[in-house]
Design a protein around this ligand. Structure first.
Ligand SMILES: [Cu+2]
Length: 801
């Protein structure tokens, strides 16, 4: 037995001996998990997948609080892997995040995890390596308390997940190359005709005026939604029984609505931690969350528990009991055209305070304006377009429930009084009046900025404005949220025992904006991806509070490793403890935790493709010493991946296209235009550029312009800029002193059919016009007809690769 084993055994014994003074329950529970790549059957279809012990999901790991877990993970794949124990409190080196907790598990090797089980409840495990979770590397963890908490006739795990037949890296590449394909595939693409049919052309063009891309509730089109690996899971033996379901959302990219045909569900635990029982007939389980619910199954009949993907593209079913089928109701699809309607835009324009337009990145301060009362909504709108950063604006004074888009009674916002007790402290160091909420000794509170920002700014006197941007009015239901399409039931979750943190501890406040760019598919915290960040440094013994301001149109299920945090939800001292919290679109969520688990811990969006695209940080305790081997590997964590793609049009009169390779902020591209239409000799031109992405509106580039279609080969420097109404402009000057300006625009007429136009003026070669129609056939091919001012009519194929 190694030294480490002895330590853990000892620690485990202490845990048992402590409360009970007996060794009776101390047990070591062993599991062997083998991860392999194999042919697998998902919903009756053979697919290539990654399985654990030959199954998807992997086996349910069961423990009793106080056990010592010993889990050997064997990597039977030719690539690295890892397993992370989601929501389980473990020593940092057992947390299973490659390059954060430990070196990855090499091909053919075994890593033995050993940790005492310090908690009970429903949790799960999954690979934390690249996109392996999407391929099937996940399973459930069930930890029984020492004394049973709820009685039920049956106690079952329901592990929800999503499956795509497309290899996950290809999914990500497709997202990166700004293809509409997945929206087309799942029927959520937007078009002028679609808007007109709903009488929402005004909203459609108002959105485009605002330079917001068409929003969607989910990024990925999935082929299957699964419960314990099946589209339809039968629990025939549940008839007439009281059933405890441990529902886990192991989806990589899907929030699910849960509804049970046999009546309301009683939520008894969230993220493994007990809550006071609350009945819900329909609620949203965000990615990576778990809920334990109690349901009653009538003696006869098969009653459906349905998990519907939030975007309405499909569902998984659990059928409880046997006999006549009772299905759960359909959940209405969101009206995506309503994302940010014209009415709200009018309000934004009317209320945008001077001085906040065009502020850079995360330096947006609500304090730049004086919100008339804390109840005013003052959401910062740095990136309201389904995840991108438009010029930040603020929106004070928007009325709660002012119109259809506002959340109204569905508000999950933090009640005012609680917010004020959190933030509205006097600027002196006077002791807080309200244990667990106030911020003692403000001046001593470490800066809330992330280390990466190095601004050294202290909040000090800046509290009221800060409180103002924790939106206390209704959030924007940009995802079609309504009574029928609720968000997670956070405001109803109440811990049975007080969770308030000691009032005498210093508070470190960290303000994080959740940003992104849907078109480029990059996702940020404080406008920086993981690759450009430093660790968030915290200290043992302090209370750490994260204020997460979502400036995107997407939900971000934020997960902190190694801790449970309080979600400030209006339940005062009984705020629930969670490991994952969904930060809804355009809303602010506040969490806080006791910094008492020394180590380095990952903190990230659990939407797998957002995580992989940069929405992550390392939270690092100042007094933690990383082992040298891991420290040497750590820089690999910050690598910025490159993706490559291209497009070519092969027409009867010409060919044009581009190839590009891109990471978070750089593109290396070559684009060409070769025409043989109406001219004597074949003309060609190629533009080779290095583009530096500044934000989603603005890109700088430099490169070379060559070919026989221009006077002389030249070096060029220029910029791309997205104008209102989605006009894509490009301007450059050449080393020959000539300049060129191009404006292009595409109109989605109906799904699959688009009209585009381009106007170009070059001081050397003068005007050029292109107009075309494209019809999308598949992910990779479109039909195209085009008129070009130099090469005239042509038709052919557009290929994406
Ligand atoms: Cu996210």
């Amino acid at each position: 037995m190694g030294l480490r084993s002895v330590y853990f055994l000892f620690a485990g014994l202490l845990l048992i001996v402590g409360p009970f003074g007996t060794l009776a329950q101390a047990a070591t529970v062993d599991y062997d998990l083998t991860i392999s790549r194999q042919e697998f059957t998902i919903a009756d279809r053979g697919v290539e997948a990654m399985a654990i012990n030959g199954s998807i999901p992997g086996p349910v790991l069961q423990f009793t609080e106080g056990d010592l877990a010993r889990i050997r993970v064997h990597n039977a794949m030719p690539i690295e892997t890892s397993v992370h124990w989601h929501g389980v409190l473990v020593p940092p080196e057992m947390d299973g995040v490659p390059l954060v907790s430990f070196p990855p598990i090499a091909p053919g090797s075994t890593f033995t995890y050993e940790f005492p089980i310090r908690q009970s409840g429903t949790y799960w495990y999954h690979s934390h390596t690249s996109l392996q979770e999407q391929s099937g590397v996940y399973g459930a963890i069930k930890i029984l308390p020492r004394q049973a908490d709820h009685t039920a006739d049956l106690d079952r795990v329901v592990m929800l997940s999503d499956w795509t037949d497309v290899e996950p890296h290809e999914v990500l590449r497709t997202l990166k190359r700004e293809s509409d394909w997945m929206a087309l595939e799942k029927g959520s693409s937007q078009s002028i005709f679609g808007a007109a049919r709903l009488g929402m052309l005004g909203d459609y063009f108002a959105r485009e005026l605002q330079r917001m891309p068409a929003m969607d509730v989910a990024d990925i089109s999935y082929d299957r939604f699964l419960a314990n690996g099946r589209s339809e899971l039968s629990m025939a033996d549940a008839g007439g029984k009281a059933v405890r379901l441990r529902i886990i959302n192991g989806g990589a990219g899907t929030n699910f609505y849960l509804e049970y045909a046999g009546g309301p569900m009683t939520i008894i635990a969230a993220d493994g931690q007990p809550v006071e029982p609350v009945e819900e007939s329909r609620f949203l389980i965000a990615i990576a969350e778990t809920y334990d619910v109690l349901i009653k199954v009538p003696a006869s009949g098969a009653f459906e528990l349905r998990a519907t993907a939030q975007d309405g593209s499909g569902f998984a079913s659990v059928l409880l009991g046997t006999g006549e089928l009772h299905v759960a109701p359909d959940i209405p699809k969101p009206n995506l055209y309503q994302g940010m309607g014209s009415a709200s835009l009018r309000q934004i324009f009317a209320l945008t305070p001077a001085g906040t337009m065009g502020m850079a990145d995360n330096e947006v301060k609500a304090g730049k304006f004086d919100a008339p009362g804390m109840a005013a909504m003052s959401m910062e709108m740095g990136g309201m377009d389904h995840g991108s950063s438009m010029a930040p604006m603020a929106m004070p004074g928007m009325e709660h429930g002012g119109h259809g888009m506002m959340a109204g009674s569905m508000s999950k916002a933090v009640p005012q009084a609680e917010l004020e007790s959190l933030f509205d402290e006097p600027q002196t160091a006077s002791p807080p009046p309200h244990a667990g909420h106030a911020m003692p000794a403000m001046q001593n509170a470490p800066t809330g900025k992330m280390a990466a920002d190095h601004s050294g700014k202290r909040f000090g006197t800046d509290f009221r404005p800060l409180a103002a941007d924790v939106s206390s009015a209704g959030p924007l239901a940009v995802d079609g949220m309504s009574a029928e399409r609720p968000w997670p039931p956070y405001e109803k979750l109440r811990a049975p025992r007080p969770t308030a943190l000691p009032a005498d501890k210093p508070v470190r406040e960290i303000r994080l904006t959740l940003d992104g760019d849907m078109e480029r598919y990059v996702w940020f915290l404080n406008n920086k991806p993981l690759s450009e960040s430093d660790a968030i440094r915290i200290q043992e013994g302090e209370v750490v509070r994260f204020i997460m301001i979502n400036r995107t149109m997407m939900h971000h299920p934020m997960h902190l490793h190694g801790h449970f945090f309080r979600v400030i939800n209006g339940q005062g001292d009984h705020a629930p403890l969670k490991h994952t919290v969904d930060v809804a679109p355009m809303s602010t969520t506040v969490i806080e935790f006791d910094a008492n688990e020394v180590g380095d811990w990952f903190f990230h969006c659990h939407l797998l493709y957002h995580l992989k695209s940069g929405m992550a940080r390392v939270v690092s305790y100042e007094n933690f010493t990383l082992n040298p081997q891991l420290a040497a590997l750590r820089p690999k964590l910050y690598r910025d991946s490159w993706y490559a793609w291209g497009q070519a049009e092969i027409l009867s009169n010409m060919t044009e296209g581009f190839v590009t390779t891109a990471n978070t902020r750089n593109n290396l591209s070559a684009e060409w235009e070769v025409g043989w239409g109406q001219v004597d000799e074949t003309e060609w031109e190629a533009l080779l550029t290095w583009d530096r992405y500044i934000n989603r509106f603005f890109t700088l580039f430099a490169g070379a312009d060559i070919g026989n279609a221009i006077e002389d080969d030249r070096a060029v420097a220029g910029l791309r800029y997205l104008l209102p109404f989605m006009l894509e402009t490009r301007a450059f000057v050449g080393s020959d002193g000539e300049a060129r300006v191009t404006v292009a625009r595409r109109f989605e007429l109906i799904p699959r059919l688009s009209l585009d136009g381009l106007v170009q003026y070059d001081t050397d070669s003068y005007w050029e016009y292109i107009g075309g129609l494209s019809y999308t056939l598949t992910k990779d091919f479109s039909l195209r007809a085009q008129w070009h001012s130099d090469y005239r009519w042509g038709a052919g194929l557009q290929v994406r690769f």
